[in-house]
Design a protein around this ligand. Structure first.
Ligand SMILES: *Cc1c(COP(=O)(O)O)cnc(C)c1O
Length: 257
C-alpha cells in the first residue's frame, strides 16, 4: 500500500445517481408540478409499494423523522404515554416520541445484531407494567446499519402483550429477515431517503402502512389535516410533511428491481 492510498478517505455514504434523475426533474418543471405532490410522488410510492410487497401501502414524506412522527400519532401515542425505543440508534428514532409529549423507554441491544434485545424488551415491558400500571404504547426496533433486528422474536413479544411495532427501517431498505423485507413486519415502518441513506431523494422519507385507511390518514395529517369542506376547516392538528415532486423525481429514477 502506498502512503497515498493509506490516507485515502473512504466516504460512508456517497450518493450514486442512476442518470435518469434529470429526466424526471425536467418533467416536473415542464409540467409545472413544482409542489409537494404530483406524478413523481405517485410513481415513487408505487415503485416502493411493488418493491416491498406484503400488501403494504406507502406514503412519501419529507423525512424519515416525519414518518415516525405520523406513525406514532396513528398508534395513539400522546402526552404521558411511554414508547419503547432501541437505545443504540440515531436520535431521530426517539425525537418524535418527545414531539408527542410521550416518554422514551430505551432498551439495550444484543450482541448478534446490535439491535434491540428481545430479552431486555420483554423485561422492560414487564417492568413498565409493574411500575406505571400501563403498557408502553408502541415498540420501535431499529435495523441499524441495514442489519435486521430479530423480528420473529420481537413480533412474538409484541403480539403477546398487544403492543404495536413501528420499525425504524431508515437504514434498511433492501434488507431482509428470514426472506421478508425489513419495513414490512410492524404495523408501521419508516424509511429514509436522506443524503446518507440507501437511496436518496436529497431529503425525504416514507411511512409504510398496513392498511389503505392508514395511508389515507397519513396523507391527511401530512397535508395540514384539512377537513373535506369547500372552505378551510380543520378539526385536527396537521403537519406539512409531504414529499416534494422534485425530490420524488430523484427517488423515482432509482431502479428498485
Ligand atoms: C436517518 C435516520 C432516521 C431519520 O431519517 P431522516 O430522513 O433523516 O429524518 C431515523 N432513524 C434512523 C436509524 C436513521 O438512520
Amino acid at each position: 500500500m502506498t502512503e497515498q492510498t493509506m490516507h485515502k478517505k473512504i466516504w460512508l455514504s456517497l450518493a450514486h445517481m442512476s442518470g435518469e434523475e434529470q429526466k424526471y426533474i425536467q418533467e416536473a418543471f415542464d409540467t409545472n408540478w413544482v409542489v409537494p405532490l404530483g406524478p413523481n410522488v405517485d410513481a415513487f410510492e408505487q415503485n416502493l409499494t411493488e418493491y416491498l410487497g406484503e400488501n403494504k401501502h406507502i406514503v412519501a414524506l419529507s423525512s424519515g423523522t416525519a414518518a415516525i412522527h405520523l406513525g406514532l400519532l396513528q398508534l395513539g401515542v400522546s402526552a404521558g404515554d411511554e414508547v419503547i425505543c432501541q437505545s443504540f440508534t440515531f436520535s431521530a428514532s426517539a425525537n418524535p416520541i418527545a414531539y408527542l409529549g410521550a416518554k422514551p423507554v430505551f432498551v439495550d441491544s444484543e450482541p448478534e445484531t446490535w439491535n434491540i434485545s428481545p430479552y431486555f424488551l420483554q423485561q422492560a415491558i414487564e417492568e413498565r407494567i409493574k411500575q406505571s400500571g400501563k403498557k408502553p404504547k408502541a415498540i420501535i426496533p431499529v435495523h441499524l446499519y441495514g442489519m435486521p433486528a430479530q423480528m420473529d422474536t420481537i413480533m412474538e413479544i409484541a403480539t403477546h402483550y398487544g403492543i404495536p411495532v413501528l420499525e425504524d427501517a431508515a437504514e434498511a431498505l433492501g434488507s431482509t429477515f428470514n426472506g421478508q423485507k425489513c419495513g414490512t413486519f410492524g404495523e408501521f415502518a419508516c424509511l429514509s431517503f436522506n443524503g446518507n441513506k440507501i437511496i436518496t431523494t436529497s431529503g425525504g422519507g416514507a411511512l409504510v402502512c398496513s392498511t389503505k385507511q392508514e395511508a389515507q390518514k397519513t396523507k391527511f395529517y401530512a397535508t395540514q389535516a384539512r377537513d373535506a369542506a369547500p372552505h378551510y376547516q380543520h378539526s385536527e392538528i396537521g403537519y406539512n410533511y409531504r414529499m416534494s415532486n422534485i425530490c420524488a423525481g430523484i427517488g423515482r429514477a432509482m431502479s428498485l428491481s
